[in-house]
Design a protein around this ligand. Structure first.
Ligand code: XUL
Ligand code: CO
Length: 437
């Protein structure tokens, strides 16, 4: 037992002072006809929950993630499985996400790493059967190993490209073995620092080839879930090819991958791209590509990926508003790609992080449901475009008007009326009154 200071974390309501209780996440509570747990398929990110130990560019680790076993051993890998499943069970988290190298220490020879992955996945599978916990998505880490210094699919080296392919193949095998509903590509080093040494077209086409091969292989072994691109504009590279949702969608369509892929939208990546979380969700959703969510939070004052547990209730509300309006996440979930702050270095802090994140999204769900039921925001947006419902506006939408017709219409009027007000401040006050009223 690694988290023996808690039993199953109960829901006690917003007034509870018990630090190890949920204040808003009440798994069985029905919201818009469905229990919260179905609206919010939460996932634990193996790498942060069981790996991140507070290390940063300026200092060594502050948190002990040994779980009582020596680092770099299979004993440690199994201890992480035990700790992870205990944590998920106690929190009521039903899914996990993993990179290949989160599960086992990477060996010098890829064949040895693959053997280790076979062993640990047997061990994980037994735990999954025992607990009912499932795999949300898997991925291959193609950015940490030094061989990926020039990228993986975008590498200048055909040999590196083959090692990336081998890792993807194995990670897909594992994802299928563990029943994962998605397979993620986050292209951390798929980008460039200077055009003086880079053929962008060549690199992007090679990435697409690798993705095509992954789809063909995945489908051939029975993977029916979604392939996902997780956009991020920068960090570690200066220019990353999957800059944001719109860029990734364009790439997928250009290379004929849009039928197999959707997007995994991460809140922190959205702000790094100069957008907000909601914008990225909307762009993905309106293109039918909202696949899954990396639920975390960035810091508006910092230009890097801080991966904080989410606590901003406005952002979570507007996120859940987009998700509800998109009809929910089909194969996706809310993966806490989030880690404790460096000085929050105890096991209790890990639990607090998840309670915070789960409560924030539960609050977001409750608020978003209220906004939908209130209907003032929706009705306003609909009414705002009403000039396209009749007359010349309708002809534009029907495609029955030419540029000449429109020009004649304008010239007949001579002068243009001002369009209706955007009423932003009124709408923001509606938002506040629904949330806090
Ligand atoms: C990095 C990031 C990754 C992906 C999976 O910024 O978000 O952890 O989620 O590779
Ligand atoms: Co992420």
């Amino acid at each position: 037992m690694y988290f023996d200071f808690i039993n199953k974390v109960p829901y006690e309501g917003a007034k509870s002072k018990n630090p190890f209780s949920f204040k808003f996440y009440n798994a069985d509570q029905i919201v818009l006809g469905k229990p919260m747990r179905e609206h919010l398929p939460f996932a634990m990110a193996w790498w942060h929950a069981l790996g991140a130990d507070g290390v940063d560019m300026f200092g060594k680790s502050t948190a002990d993630k040994s779980f009582g076993a020596p680092a770099g051993t299979m004993e440690h890998a199994r201890a992480k499985v035990n700790a992870g499943f205990e944590l998920m069970q106690k929190l009521g988290i039903e899914y996990f996400c993993f990179h290949d190298v989160d599960l086992v220490p990477e060996a010098a020879d890829i064949n040895e790493t693959n053997d280790r992955l076979d062993q640990i996945s047997d061990y994980i599978l037994a735990k999954m059967r025992e607990t009912g916990i499932r795999c949300l998505w898997g991925t291959a880490n193609m950015f940490s190993n030094p061989r990926y210094m020039n990228g993986a699919g975008s590498s200048n080296s055909a040999q590196v490209y083959c090692f990336a392919a081998a890792q993807i193949k194995k990670a897909l095998d594992l994802t299928v073995k563990l029943g994962g509903r998605g397979y993620v590509f986050w292209g951390g080093r798929e980008g460039y620092d200077t055009l003086l040494n880079t053929d962008v077209r060549f690199e992007q086409e090679n990435i697409a080839r690798l993705m095509r091969m992954a789809v063909d292989y995945g489908r051939s072994i029975g993977f029916q879930g979604d392939f996902l691109i997780e956009p991020k504009p920068k960090e570690p590279m200066k220019h990353q090819y999957d800059f944001d949702a719109a860029t990734a969608i364009g790439f997928l369509r250009e290379h004929g991958l849009d039928q197999d892929f959707k997007l995994n939208i991460e809140a922190n990546h959205a702000i790094l791209a100069g957008h907000d979380f909601r914008h990225e969700l909307r762009i993905a959703a309106m293109n039918g590509m909202l696949g899954s969510i990396d639920a975390n939070q960035g810091d508006m004052l910092l230009g890097w990926d801080t991966d904080e547990f989410p606590f901003n209730a406005y952002d979570a509300t507007l996120c859940m508003y987009e998700v509800l309006k998109a009809g929910g996440l089909k194969n996706g979930g809310f993966n806490f790609d989030a880690k404790n702050r460096r000085p929050s270095n105890t096991r209790e802090d890990i639990v607090h992080g998840f309670i915070l994140g789960m409560d924030t999204f539960a609050l977001g769900l409750l608020n978003a449901a209220k906004l939908i039921e209130d209907n003032r925001l929706d009705a306003f947006v609909k009414e705002r475009y009403a000039s396209f419902n009749t007359g010349i506006g309708k002809k534009i939408l029907d495609g029955t008007a030419t540029l000449q017709d429109l020009s004649e219409h304008a010239c007949r009027l001579g002068q243009c009326e001002m369009p209706s007000s955007g009423n932003q401040e009124y709408l923001e006050s509606v938002l506040n009154s629904v949330l806090f009223g």
